[in-house]
Design a protein around this ligand. Structure first.
Ligand code: SF4
Length: 425
């Protein structure tokens, strides 16, 4: 029985109980959320993981994506990135290697983490075809499903699968045009394959078969966003909306079949279109968990895209996005280092918390405590509440004031200290 089937039968599983405890909600709240498709808990029959619930009424979760490329292919570096992502507090990890022996790399990364791991199986199918037959357009349809099952058996908990790209989507992409084309690797591979072979996307046309594999291996289906805009001027266009509508319909079908389902959203969106994207997505998918990739709210800050995405992620989370994919400072420039992975996760966690303060009011308690700790100049308490205590401690220790009550920002003229001498709040 899948988690959905159990939830529908009124059974509260151990996983649901863990999520309820983590989130300070009732077991019944989680059970009903899973039964109705508003909450997913990625699991795997092949591996025990740190349980993580994603969806309505739960804290916004942060994913860190790592993986080799054809240029930088160092498995030890990827394992270190997985460790840094976990250390920084990521909730899930996507292993997206496209260089080297990606099956072996994925196996080793999965072994090195306790987090739920996601993958994009079509990368493997297309890249194996390119290596063997000279181009991604020679990918064989059966290989797409074979690698999906193989990756599931490695203990992958969720998979981004590009189900929403069909000929109608591609027609809308072509008719409307774009400033920055396609930036999703999965979207690009699949579109090129369909046009070259004049065949429908097998993940769309053989969706029932895909669901059988998902069910057999208990994988959570994350409906991939192959048409996401790669520039704010392309946001919310016809191709993206077309893909969303297809994914929404297929997500209902997957849920009815007992497959836990997440729907992925865009990429680059100006601030004034974020609310529209979240509300539309939640409405048309019947409130399925929404996985937002950033979004990046401007295109002109390479080197700082973790912060650019954090602005978008905070806003999207405040409107109801449930799951955000981090972005590192190296985005659009290079494969990230382990340090950049760490920075990206921290930026996204700040964004998730800022969004949750609006979405889930109870998460404001830690801000209240920090306010009181600052008023009392209680530094140890400030460090305890801090999202990243080590960083806060390090900065203070490097520039300690003579008067250790205050800090070197205002020194003798510490506003808090001056006022505290005259009355207490
Ligand atoms: S010195 Fe200034 S910044 Fe530092 S605690 Fe006092 S008021 Fe705050």
């Amino acid at each position: 029985m899948s988690l959905i089937t159990e939830a529908r039968s009124g059974i509260v599983t151990e996983e649901m109980r863990i999520v309820a405890r983590q989130e300070d909600v009732s077991d019944e709240f989680v059970r009903r959320g899973v039964a109705e498709g508003r909450i997913v808990i990625p699991v795997s029959p092949y591996r025990d993981v740190k349980i993580c619930g994603i969806g309505e009424g739960l804290r916004t979760k942060v994913n860190a994506s790592i993986g080799t490329s054809s240029d930088i292919n160092d498995v030890e570096m990827e394992i270190e990135k997985a460790r840094q992502a976990e250390r920084a507090g990521a909730d899930t990890l996507m292993e997206l290697s496209t260089g080297g022996d990606f099956t072996e790399i994925r196996r080793r990364v999965i072994e090195a983490t306790t987090l739920s791991v996601g993958s994009v199986p079509l990368y493997q199918a297309f890249i194996e075809a390119a290596r063997k037959d000279g181009a991604v357009v020679h990918m064989k349809e059966d290989d797409l499903f074979r690698v999906t099952a193989e990756q599931a058996q490695l203990g992958t908990n969720f998979m981004a699968i590009h189900t929403g790209i069909n000929f109608e989507t591609v027609k809308r992409l072509r008719n409307q045009g774009r400033h920055c084309g396609l930036v999703s690797r999965g979207g690009a591979f699949m579109t090129a394959w369909m046009l070259h072979n004049e065949k429908e996307n097998p993940l769309y046309s053989e969706f029932d078969y895909l669901l059988e594999i998902m069910k057999e291996h208990e994988v959570t289906l994350s409906m991939g966003n192959g048409m996401r805009a790669g520039a704010v001027h392309d946001a919310t266009d016809r191709a993206a909306i077309q893909e969303l509508l297809i994914n929404a319909e297929l997500a209902d079908k997957a849920h009815a079949e007992g497959v836990q389902t997440i729907v992925e959203g865009p990429g680059h969106i100006p601030i004034d279109e974020i609310e529209t994207n979240v509300v539309l997505m939640k409405r048309v998918t019947n409130r399925k968990p929404f996985y937002m990739l950033g979004p990046l709210v401007t295109d002109i800050a390479p080197g700082y895209d973790d912060r650019v995405a954090a602005i978008g992620a905070a806003i999207s989370s405040s409107y109801g996005a449930d799951f955000i994919c981090y972005v590192t400072p190296a985005e659009h420039l290079a494969l990230p280092t382990a340090e950049e992975v760490y920075e990206g996760v921290i930026s996204s966690r700040i964004a998730a918390h800022a969004g949750d303060m609006i979405k889930l009011k109870k998460t404001r308690e830690s801000d209240l405590e920090m306010g009181h700790a600052r008023r009392d100049l209680d530094w140890e308490r400030q460090f305890r509440v801090a999202l990243n205590p080590a960083r806060a401690k390090q900065i203070r220790a490097e520039r300690m004031p003579e008067d250790t009550d205050a800090c070197t920002m205002c020194g003798d003229y510490c506003a808090i200290k001056i006022v505290n001498r005259h009355f207490s709040f």
